[in-house]
Design a protein around this ligand. Structure first.
Ligand SMILES: [Fe+2]
Length: 238
């Protein structure tokens, strides 16, 4: 019984890893949107007004997330991000599609404003599935996004840590109008802003929307067999 389960796990693991787009190898997607400088200018006006109202106390019940505020350009960006995630992540990555994740939703959104000389320490986004950032104002040398790719630390033939674990530092320049997506567990930071302007970006955390009625949805029932072993498992006779 023990060997059979292990074999099933191994086969399932290899089925995932042989797929065309292995999600768990720390991929990063960049998408240049059609949003132009005029759009970004209006978006900044909306965000500035929201911030001023919060900061002045005029907004007496500030939302927890930027997505709690509905504004024309903000709403367009919100929709664009979901459309891209649905198209690129949910539909095009087979292993995600097999999990029957129907879509993703914005969990939390905020705005990063970094002055010249400022940087952002390394961190991960632990409460979501996918992290995305949209660059609203990004002058040359305003600070690359630095992503620590742990995909090379894994021996993908076995699924275990490689004998020579290797973490690769990948750098992505900030480009106005561009969206960048990566799995939320990936550690990342932002280099020092060496431009003479503010570096302004909007980040959002997306979480999965699952359908608990689908047979292979990863919810508690997926672990039922494992839990049942607690009292039922017997050592194999040696
Ligand atoms: Fe971040």
């Amino acid at each position: 019984m023990q060997d059979m389960t292990t074999q099933q796990d191994r086969e399932a693991y290899h089925r995932f890893q042989k797929l065309q787009y292995p999600f768990w190898r720390s991929p990063v997607w960049e998408v240049q949107t059609g949003f132009d400088s005029e759009f970004n200018s209006q978006l900044m006006d909306e965000i500035y007004a929201i911030g001023m109202d919060i900061n002045s106390g005029k907004d007496r019940t500030p939302g927890n997330s930027i997505w709690d505020y509905s504004r024309p350009k903000l709403d367009m960006l919100k929709r664009e991000i979901i459309d891209i995630v649905n198209r690129v992540v949910i539909r095009d990555i087979p292993e995600i599609r097999m999990l029957n994740i129907r879509t993703c939703e914005h969990f939390m959104g905020w705005v990063n404003v970094r002055e010249p000389g400022e940087r952002l320490e390394v961190h991960g986004h632990t409460e979501s599935a996918i992290a995305a950032t949209y660059y609203i104002q990004a002058k040359p040398n305003c600070g690359d996004l630095v992503v620590f790719d742990t995909g090379q630390a894994i021996d993908w033939d076995t699924g275990h840590l490689s004998d020579k674990p290797n973490v690769i530092e990948r750098r992505y320049p900030a480009v106005e109008g561009r969206l960048i997506f990566f799995p939320s567990y990936v550690l990342h930071g932002v280099d020092e802003n060496r431009s003479d302007a503010l570096r302004i970006s909007l980040s959002t955390d997306l979480r999965k929307v699952i359908d608990p009625q689908v047979s292979n949805t990863v919810i508690l029932k997926s672990w039922g067999g494992r839990m049942a072993k607690i009292r039922n498992w017997k050592c194999s006779p040696s």
